[in-house]
Design a protein around this ligand. Structure first.
Ligand code: TRP
Length: 430
């Protein structure tokens, strides 16, 4: 399985450019076989740009509703909100402590801000928050926590993926293990960038967008306001280079595109061309708009979908992996180390062992470690230590891979390794 991870910053209202450039291709990709897809709302990232609490909330809701309306299936992909996964923030700190400051100094977004300050005769770092500076580290935590193989991004984000690889490599090296997969950027080459109302790239920062779910009448009006040249109806028009044509092409089949190209040559009027463009877009958007409006009317359901996604994802990957990472950096259970120190004998220390403990959520857990303290099995939480102990007893006796298939535990290494460690433990205790 290839793991593909996509993050969406929750700082605006989705527009046609976002839909064609990101939402539509990502949802198509999620239906490919052999892919485990992760989609998340990067709300922690949005705090770097937006200090308007209501806007963060509004944008998070709108973007979640957009992805669901566009066909994302939350029971087939991982769909969650960044701030619901506290492990991301904790990993962010571990990575902060291995990331080179010099590497971050070279980040394009940060450098561009410094350059602007210099051009304005300001202090280099005037108005630049540490959040903007650390942006690539948080993004690395998003990616590395789930060991994503591929990250679809625009060209402007490729450098961030390279940094994630750099931080991952440093961590793996410093703590001597294959903790992190090195992610790769998947650059969407043939995804269209749409022109906005004024012909520049459609972007919130140019204020030239067509909101994806603008009411029908408003969408029609906005499309009618797209800037064109002054050729009259009947005059031949160039399809290539026309913004109206470019938008049309992003929603049309090859046949429809060719027919429109012909119509341009034959002098279709701008009013007619725009009406056809509106009809084409509306045919694709209208069914989604209906779902979107229904979802927006029930925000509690969206909230529940996101929380459920995060809860399952934490149990499945984030919590056990972070336990392993905490151990790797030395944030360890002191009593277990103490016990080992008292035992003294190297042979005892080198044996695999079960460790039972109570976590901050007041539930009871255990883990199964190899002789070097590497995590082999991490349990989920139990109501009582007795329940945890009973399952440990079962595991200790078992010599079969299928005994590891219970949902109460997460096996973090190939099952054969766990069975071999159990055998060693049994042999030593015999
Ligand atoms: N930086 C991305 C953007 O602005 C959003 C993002 C945050 C992201 N974390 C990510 C994308 C992790 C991919 C992977 O578009």
């Amino acid at each position: 399985m290839t793991r593909v991870l996509t993050g969406i910053t929750t700082s605006g209202t989705p527009h046609l450019g976002n839909y064609v450039g990101a939402v539509r291709p990502a949802i198509a990709a999620s239906h490919q076989p052999g892919v485990e897809s992760f989609y998340f709302l990067a709300d922690l990232h949005s705090l770097i740009k937006v200090q308007d609490a209501a806007r963060v909330q509004r944008s998070t809701l709108e973007i979640a509703a957009t992805w669901l309306a566009a066909g994302l299936e939350p029971d087939k992909v991982w769909f969650y909100r960044q701030s619901d996964i506290p492990e991301i923030s904790e990993l962010n700190w571990f990575l902060t402590c291995v990331a080179g400051k010099g590497v971050l100094n070279r980040a394009h977004a940060y450098k561009a801000s410094v350059d602007r300050n210099r051009a304005d005769g300001e202090d280099d770092d005037a108005g630049i928050t540490a959040g903007l500076f650390m942006y690539p580290v948080l993004m690395s935590a998003d990616i590395l926590l789930f060991n994503a193989d591929k990250v679809p991004v625009g060209r402007d984000q490729v450098q961030h993926i390279e940094m994630a690889r750099d931080f991952a490599q440093r961590f793996n090296h410093l703590f001597a293990g294959d903790y992190f997969t090195l992610p790769e950027a998947a650059i969407e080459e043939n995804v269209a960038t749409l022109p906005g109302l004024d012909g520049r790239k459609m972007s919130k920062s140019y204020d030239n967008t067509i909101p994806l779910f603008a009411p029908r009448a408003e969408m029609k009006k906005l499309i009618a306001s797209i800037v064109t040249d002054s050729r009259a109806p009947g005059e031949a028009k160039q399809a290539d280079g026309s913004h109206v044509f470019q938008l049309y092409q992003a929603f049309a089949s090859p046949g429809e595109t060719e027919a429109m190209r012909e119509a341009f040559e034959q002098g279709i009027g701008w009013g007619d061309a725009k009406r056809k463009l509106f009809e084409l877009i509306d045919a694709e958007v209208a069914p989604m708009r209906e779902r979107y409006e229904a979802l927006m009317a029930r925000p509690g359901e969206i909230e529940a979908v996101l929380r459920d996604g995060a809860r399952r994802l934490r149990a499945r990957y984030a919590t056990p992996f972070l336990a392993e990472l905490r151990h790797a950096v030395g944030l360890r259970d002191l009593s277990s180390q103490d016990a080992q120190a008292r035992a003294g004998a190297k042979e005892r220390a080198a044996l695999p062992s079960f460790k039972q403990y109570r976590d901050t959520d007041n539930r009871f857990y255990f883990k199964f470690l190899d002789g070097e303290g590497g995590l082999l099995v991490q349990s989920n939480g139990f109501d009582s230590p007795k329940q945890a102990g009973q399952l440990i007893a079962v595991l200790k006796r078992s010599d079969r891979a299928d005994a590891m298939e219970t949902p109460e535990i997460n096996v973090l290494v190939p099952v054969q390794e766990v069975l071999a460690a159990l055998r060693r433990l049994r042999d030593a205790e015999a």
